[in-house]
Design a protein around this ligand. Sequence first.
Ligand code: HEC
Length: 198
Amino acid sequence: MARLATLVTATTLAIGVAVLFSTGLGEAVDANIVDATSFRCITSMTPVRQFYVDNLRGDLAATVAAANSPTGAVYPPGSVIQLMPGEAMVKRDKGFNAATHDWEFFELDVSKDGTQIRKRGFADVVNRFGGNCFACHIAARPQWDLVCESDHGCAPIPVTRAMIGALQRTDPRCNNPPPSHEDVEALRQLQELLKPRE
Ligand code: HEC
């Protein structure tokens, strides 16, 4: 029973956190190509270091090669990158949006019933902390194609690897075992971090 309560708490936390990373209104784009079915359980995607990748065009090898290039590379169209279950970057066709280097930014609502797109757009997507996805990600040095990681030139975010790992392992779309004590603790600390300041 106590274990179930822990699980429920952790799941609620994970959903709460996903909702917390919300964005402003995005531009309308061709929803026929990239829609809610383009996204799935984050840990069933392909892991690269601390994040996960997919390719909606079936060219996963090209996406993984770009992610693993020691000198950086332009990600191929169809690439999906996620660090948190509730946020994604999708590479659209060349010329789709010159300003964002053809990346579309997504805010996702994830639950055990699946994925819903909460917000999508280009240079204008702002999360509820006033953080503009593009404004942070454009700070990556040019060869990294707007992918920040920890050492590509973006300002760091105060979310630890432990918190990120815990969010990934408690994605409610996945068939996960109950979270470890460490993950429950990391999620608690993340929630603390995200509490609105007075
Ligand atoms: C305050 C700046 C900031 C904002 C706002 C922000 N990000 Fe990031 N994002 C980062 C940093 C820094 C990392 C790298 C974190 C790490 O690996 O330690 C990152 C990582 C990512 C990654 C994994 C690939 C990478 O770049 O390392 C994705 C995907 C991502 N963010 C998408 C988004 C989306 C979508 C939004 C808007 C809804 C967003 N981010 C808003 C700074 C930001």
